[in-house]
Write a protein that binds this ligand. Structure first.
Ligand code: ADP
Ligand code: F6P
Length: 472
């Protein structure tokens, strides 16, 4: 056992920085995509821990290094493992299964074997890096076996797990050929965190049904200890965003973006290019508002920013082609020279540009078909200190219960509903916008990412092996 090491360790599939090789062969680091990194990076900077993760490139053996105030400990993945573990079991099996089977999940034994192998490597790395009695916080669906693997190696550790995406209901989870192994993997943790109470309830129910575990409310009582399942809705770094939107250069840039977009109402979508995000449905609805005469070209413009994501997975390639054809078709019909009705950008931006985009948007369109939380919705709310703007939000985003009092809620599958809600958001009176934003800002400002991390870590540190009061 280690006598020295980190007292606080985060284990995630990705490091917060991603290795990129430019066309000229020069290699550099850039921020990794996705909500997990947006949420965990500020928490890590505060707590001086070690972050274990993959560098974003195949077959790289890297020594631990420091970046942006964080100690990073890279874990290698071979090209074959990336194909089977990351693109395969994580993103072609678990991702669609956990998101309501929007795309058909692939069940493949070689992918599962790679998932087990890579999870073991992450567990070995955590066992090596963690100090005696340290807190180890394992993140997300790519690493669900790590808690049990790590407990076998280091029973002295306090192990937490947080799932950033939805956890499916029994009927869907039962499809998974390795369903018991996943539950047993998660039960290696002392605390298993989910975005919403319904997901925690799904997990507890499955432990009862599949493992015959004794459960008391949201606790799973094992022979030697109790595992707690709880909801901790994740959030955003409100301080960072409010500093950004106070900057004169960011405000100038927001005005520039508005000018470039031509003066109509600005609708904005910001998503990883992912089939869970409902991008095609929202663009269809926007296009139909022109075809049925509800909007005239020039009256409104849609900026859709799509971060490249999982580009080697077939479903993502198909989606990209579909969106690009759709944008071409709608612009072909309704654009005027120099004035497209949809601006589509397949790229990643820095935080300054994103904040400027949020400030430039009259209507933020967040319409995923299913989403664990959706940080973009909360980022928009956090940025709109001016109380101007409207948030259109899917009922199926994890953020919906928290923001329902202020958002224009919509069923993202219902094209007519999307059209009506888009028009209502476009036409909302300033006083209504302010009232709605005030309600949403109250929630987001009081429950920022620091509070989320504190809530989780405090719950993790509370002893669990006390007797559970069965009468409670
Ligand atoms: P997911 O984790 O599924 O990608 P979230 O909405 O929870 O979805 O988180 C996305 C995160 O990625 C947010 O913090 C958002 O600001 C960031 N992001 C999204 N699109 C871009 C982009 N084009 N460039 C840079 N960051 C982006
Ligand atoms: O929870 C959302 C999430 O899947 C993270 O786990 C992940 O890091 C992020 O989105 C981006 O996806 P990827 O790491 O596959 O690029």
């Amino acid at each position: 056992m280690k006598s020295r090491g980190s007292e606080f360790v985060v284990v995630a599939n990705r490091l917060p920085v991603d290795r990129v090789t430019g066309g000229d062969g020069v290699r550099s680091w850039r921020r990794s995509p996705g909500g997990l990194v947006s949420a965990i990076a500020p928490v890590m900077r505060q707590r001086q821990g070690t972050w274990i993760g993959w560098s974003g490139a195949p077959d790289e053996e890297l020594e631990p290094f420091e970046e942006d105030g964080m100690r990073l400990h890279p874990v290698r993945q071979s090209a074959e493992e990336l194909e089977l573990y990351y693109e395969g079991f994580s993103n072609a099996t678990l991702w669609p299964l956990y998101h309501d089977v929007i795309a058909p999940p692939v069940y493949d034994r070689a992918m599962w074997d790679a998932y087990v192998r890579v999870n073991q490597r992450f567990a070995d790395a955590a066992a090596e890096v963690a100090a005696e009695g340290a807190i180890v916080w394992v993140q997300d669906y790519q690493l669900q076996l790590v808690p049990a693997m790590l407990r076998r190696l280091r029973p002295d550790l306090r192990i937490g797990f947080f799932l950033h995406i939805p956890f499916p209901p029994t009927e869907l989870f039962m499809q998974l050929p390795w369903r018991r192994r996943i539950l047993e993997g998660l039960l290696g943790a002392d605390l298993v965190g989910f975005q919403l109470p319904g997901a925690a309830a799904n997990f507890v129910r499955l432990c009862r049904q599949l493992l015959d575990a004794r459960t008391v409310k949201q606790d799973i009582v094992l022979d030697d200890r109790t595992v707690r399942a709880r909801a901790f809705p994740i959030s955003v770094d409100v301080g960072e965003l409010s500093d950004l939107v106070a900057r004169p250069d960011v405000r100038r840039r927001a005005q520039e973006i508005r000018d470039d977009l031509g003066g109509g109402t600005v609708l904005l979508g910001v998503d990883r290019l992912d089939y869970t995000k409902g991008i095609t449905q929202r663009l269809q609805a926007f296009g139909e508002l022109f075809s049925d005469g509800s909007l005239k070209p020039g009256e409104a413009v849609f900026a859709q920013i799509a971060t490249p994501s999982r580009e080697r997975v077939e479903q993502y390639q198909l989606l990209r082609d579909q969106i690009e054809q759709q944008v071409g078709r709608i612009n072909g019909e309704y654009a005027e020279l120099g004035s497209p009705v949809i601006h589509y950008l397949h790229t990643s931006y820095d935080r300054e540009e994103l904040a400027a985009l949020y400030l430039a948007a009259d209507v933020m369109v967040v319409t995923p078909l299913r989403d664990g939380m959706n940080l973009v919705a909360k980022e928009y709310v956090a940025c709109r200190e001016d109380l101007h703007g409207a948030l259109m939000l899917s009922e199926f985003a994890g953020a919906a219960p928290e923001l329902r009092r202020g958002a224009f809620l919509v069923n993202p599958y219902d094209i007519d509903g999307l059209k009506e809600t888009m028009l209502a958001a476009i036409r909302a009176e300033p006083a209504d916008q302010a009232r709605r934003l005030r309600a949403m800002r109250k929630r987001v400002l009081e429950h920022d990412v620091e509070r989320w991390a504190c809530d989780f870590l405090e719950a993790l540190e509370r002893p669990t092996n006390q007797a559970v009061d069965l009468t409670a």
